[in-house]
Design a binder for this molecule. Structure first.
Ligand code: FES
Length: 372
């Protein structure tokens, strides 16, 4: 550890600056095995900043997998009530590229770049008297962030926490959840597993969440703000179950690791395509629009219908991007000039007012100056 790093360990919060929603370099300070093929990576800021975010939000990591880095979004599992570090908890799926790279290469002392935080899947957005957190597999991560925050800031809150896993061994954060169950008087915990082993003393209830089991586990689920996260088939089943039960769906919120549900994704793709068409129609004569990328001192002309991101790539200017659907916020850049932006929630109104755009879903209407 360098002298500067050691010094920063003993700083008070008011001697540090907050995470400012732009690029940060993070230093990995811990890697913990949580379950088979599931690890938590904990980071501190290389910049001596503290982390400001809402529990349940995600960040985008730039991972140097190949010559061209890849960008992957990860929900934060840590709580902003402990602002000196952040954690992501990830499962390495067989085909995963970015997470597998993290498992094989990221160790304490390693550095990576991060963007964000972003996302509106947070109880801060939907405050309520009672919550139902429904999760499956690594979908437990944003629930853990929110539960840790509640434990630190409002431990009396009424939370029904239902987690589904393949086996008891696959339950992520099981020991900590047990501990929180003892500490938080309003927390009820239920675990549903597909297979139980005798090794685990038959832990958890066998089966899946369905229309019969939900009212047995959470009789007052109609009165709760519901947060749901897990694989898309799980969330689809939960949505259909709640709709069939006459649940008030505006009180239902879901997160799929920065990706929208299938129907919203289709809508997002359609919206982007429609916007491309619209932008194409707006310049039928093929009028080129001048774009100056100030940080890389590059000037180019965009083709009608092209996004700022596409124009940047064509000019050899790199703007980090992950979803390319206006969802994750990774491609947020400062821009002066007029654009047609059709995003899908990846940018906030005050950020737009501050002159920020999402490059992946913004098409120039006038000459632009872009900070990239
Ligand atoms: S890359 Fe995700 S919002 Fe642009």
């Amino acid at each position: 550890m360098t002298a500067a790093q050691e010094d920063s360990l003993y700083k008070h919060l008011d001697e540090m600056t907050p995470w400012d929603d732009t690029l940060q370099v993070l230093e990995c300070v811990g890697v913990v095995e949580e379950a088979p093929e599931v690890r938590t990576f904990t980071f501190r800021s290389d910049n001596q900043t503290w982390f400001r975010y809402r529990p349940g939000q995600f960040i985008t990591l730039e991972l140097p997998v190949d010559e061209e880095p890849v960008h992957r979004t990860y929900t934060l599992s840590s709580s902003p009530s402990r602002p000196f570090t952040i954690s992501v908890t990830a499962k390495a799926q067989a085909a995963s590229l970015g997470t597998r790279w993290m498992f094989d290469n990221l160790r304490p002392g390693g550095h990576i770049k991060a963007y964000g935080p972003a996302g509106s899947f947070s109880l801060h957005e939907y405050p309520a008297a009672k919550y139902l957190f429904l999760s499956a597999g690594s979908g437990v991560t944003p629930m853990m962030s929110m539960l840790r925050w509640l434990n630190d800031c409002a431990p009396w809150t009424d939370v029904a926490f239902v987690n589904c896993a393949r086996t008891p061994e696959d339950i992520i954060f099981r020991k900590e959840l047990d501990l929180l169950g003892n500490r938080m008087p309003g927390l009820s915990l239920d675990f549903l597993v597909e297979n139980r082993s005798s090794r685990d003393g038959g832990f958890g209830q066998r089966g899946r969440i369905d229309a019969v089991r939900l009212p047995l586990l959470v009789p007052d689920f109609h009165e709760r703000e519901v947060f749901c996260c897990g694989p898309e088939p799980f969330m689809r089943a939960v949505r259909e179950m709640l709709k069939a039960a006459g649940f008030d769906m505006p009180a239902y919120h879901q997160e799929s690791f920065g990706t929208p549900p299938e129907e919203s994704l289709a809508e997002a793709i359609e919206t982007s395509a429609a916007a491309a068409e619209l932008a194409g129609d707006a310049s039928p004569d093929g009028e080129a629009v001048a774009i100056r990328f100030t940080l890389s001192d590059t000037e180019t002309e965009s083709v009608p219908g092209q996004t700022v991101l596409q124009a940047a790539r064509a000019a050899g200017v790199r703007i980090p991007a992950a979803c390319e659907l206006g969802l994750c916020g990774t491609c947020k850049v400062k821009c002066s000039g007029d654009v047609e932006m059709s995003h899908n929630g990846g940018i906030l109104d005050h950020e737009i007012a501050d002159g920020l755009i999402l490059a992946c879903c913004s098409r120039p209407l006038t000459a632009l100056e872009v900070e990239a």
